[in-house]
Design a protein around this ligand. Structure first.
Ligand code: CAA
Length: 399
């Protein structure tokens, strides 16, 4: 039972790991944050301290609360200090060789009852679990950026995770104020499998000069009310993370929808990773950015004028809705889980199935057909969408 333990370890104190330390310490857990060397440790500690100082400056936290929270955190470069941890979350870079090093160490250091959770967004939790002698106690605990703000945590259960481990991970997520959704170990889980192909579509639209980056971002925030445009969000998430997710989706499904935009791959190769590198689709170095030209080619004009039965918002959002219907139709996520994932993980005001129902399955299918006729999408509507139409229904939710 989660009430019976309070000692948590977090391995890797990058943006996500530091945010995870903060979330656990705020919820009253004693946390040991571990990094590889003093430089990385100093960066992680500064991240946590800065975030808490900001909350104090905004009047969201008192100075007493701030020092109580910091008093619960120990920073260390020694994994051995996790020998008495009840629950460890790993948030190291997304490379299997690094995960192997961490998990074999944790398996040796931590008592047999300790739950080992991974925050991976693009590697197989099943493969990570297989690195240990306790696959039944290994689970995914996937947070969303910024971790202190976004409410969703995907609890990723492999075929080998014990039911008690899944239950406990869900309880832990609730105790730190998050909304857990339990998902299977499939590429992209729920939220990234929906979000990242949509970001990739936006990158393709930008690359193919269908619209400027500002047009792409403001269209989505204004017309759908999403908190950020897809290119701004790609910069926040990290272009390397987006590419890694696209590549695992491609590896798993081998569908053209999951081919990474060439521009995404090139930007990652060039080290333009978004906010963390100071440059992505936008510049974060403080340098003056030259105004971008608005594309004026024939396709850009046709999309802007809605000449082919869809506009830029449709081009970006309708295939995104179709992906959610497909996922539900494949039995991988329930309607509720698909919508919770996008509302709580990505701050959408409405879930994608809610958007489908609001717009009508017939209208979504019409736009998809127009997009396919114009050569923008290659896939046919999700079988469940086609089924709704044949059944004469315009919504997926029955009530
Ligand atoms: N750390 C801590 N708190 C933060 C923060 C951070 N990095 N960034 C913002 N906040 C807090 C602010 O302090 C503020 O708190 P209060 O309301 O208590 O004052 C609140 O969040 C809102 O922030 P702002 O007013 O500065 O800015 P905003 O209203 O524009 O919101 C946002 C910023 C929360 C990031 C919002 O734009 C948003 O929800 N964007 C979508 C983010 C998203 O989709 N994340 C998921 C990406 S996918 C992923 O992460 C998974 C993966 O594996 C790739």
């Amino acid at each position: 039972m989660v009430q019976e333990f309070d000692k948590v370890g977090v391995v890797g104190l990058g943006t996500m790991g530091a945010g995870i330390v903060e979330v656990f310490a705020r919820a009253g857990f004693r946390v040991t944050g571990v990094e590889i060397d003093d430089t990385a440790l100093g960066r992680g500690r500064a991240h946590v301290e800065k975030s808490l100082a900001k909350a104090v400056a905004k009047g969201k936290l008192t100075e007493e609360e701030q020092s109580a929270i910091l008093g619960r955190v120990t920073f260390s470069t020694e994994r051995e200090n996790l020998a008495d941890a009840d629950f460890v979350v790993e948030a190291v870079p997304e490379r299997m060789d690094i995960k192997r090093d961490v998990f074999t160490d944790l398996d040796r250091i931590c008592p047999p009852g300790t739950i080992l959770a991974t925050n991976t967004s693009s590697l197989s939790v099943t493969e990570i679990a297989a690195l240990t002698s306790r696959a039944d106690k290994v689970v995914g605990l996937h947070f969303f950026n910024p971790a202190p703000v976004m409410k969703l945590v995907e609890v990723v259960a492999t075929v080998g995770t014990a039911p008690g481990t899944i239950e406990l991970a869900g309880e832990v997520a609730k105790r730190i104020g998050k909304t857990p959704v339990t998902v299977g170990d499939r590429a992209g889980f729920v939220a990234n499998a929906l979000l990242v192909p949509y970001i990739n579509d936006a990158i393709k639209a930008y690359e193919h000069k269908i619209a400027s980056r500002e047009e792409i971002d403001t269209t989505v925030t204004k017309s759908v009310g999403l908190p950020m445009g897809p290119l701004t969000l790609a910069d926040l998430v990290g272009l390397d993370v987006c590419l890694a997710v696209m590549d695992v989706l491609w590896d798993e499904f081998r569908e053209s929808r999951y081919v990474a935009a060439p521009l995404l791959r090139r930007m990652v190769a060039a080290g333009k990773l978004g906010r963390k590198s100071g440059q992505g689709f936008y510049d974060y170095s403080g340098a003056e950015e030259p105004a971008e030209e608005v594309p004026t080619g024939p396709i850009a004009r046709a999309v802007r004028d809605g000449a082919h039965g869809f506009d830029l918002a449709d081009l970006l959002i309708v295939p995104h809705i179709d992906d959610a219907v497909r996922m539900v139709g494949e039995g991988y996520a329930t309607v509720e889980d698909a919508d919770t994932a996008m509302r709580f993980g990505c701050g959408y005001p409405k879930g994608l199935i809610e958007l489908l129902d609001e717009r009508g399955a017939d209208s979504v299918a019409d736009v998809l057909k127009s997009l396919a006729d114009a050569g923008f999408v290659q896939h046919t509507p999700a079988p469940l969408l086609a089924h709704l139409l044949r059944a004469g229904r315009t919504t997926l939710r029955t009530s």
